[in-house]
Design a protein around this ligand. Structure first.
Ligand SMILES: [Zn+2]
Length: 81
């Protein structure tokens, strides 16, 4: 999967190559505090893109997954516990 926005966060280039970071080809983001223990994954997959112009590697996760894991209220303003 590739991030939806496709411009470099550093130089604004659109010459980005999608990929992954980490030795096993997979990096996961685990929030420090997880409120929701009953979850399918307990982590969020990290997608990465490398800029061909400046070498910046941008990492992106699905924000909905983090909201789900941490129990943080989303933009809707619903207060969970
Ligand atoms: Zn760049």
């Amino acid at each position: 999967m590739s991030p939806k926005h496709s411009t470099c966060s550093r130089c604004g280039s659109t010459r980005l190559v999608p990929g992954t970071v980490g030795g096993d080809g997979r990096v996961l983001f685990k929030p420090a505090k997880i409120k929701k223990f009953i979850t399918l994954k307990g982590r969020a997959d990290v997608a990465a893109t490398a800029c061909l112009d400046c070498g910046t590697v941008d990492m992106t996760i699905d924000p909905r997954a983090v909201v789900d894991l941490t129990g943080e209220p989303d933009a809707g303003g619903s207060t969970a516990t």
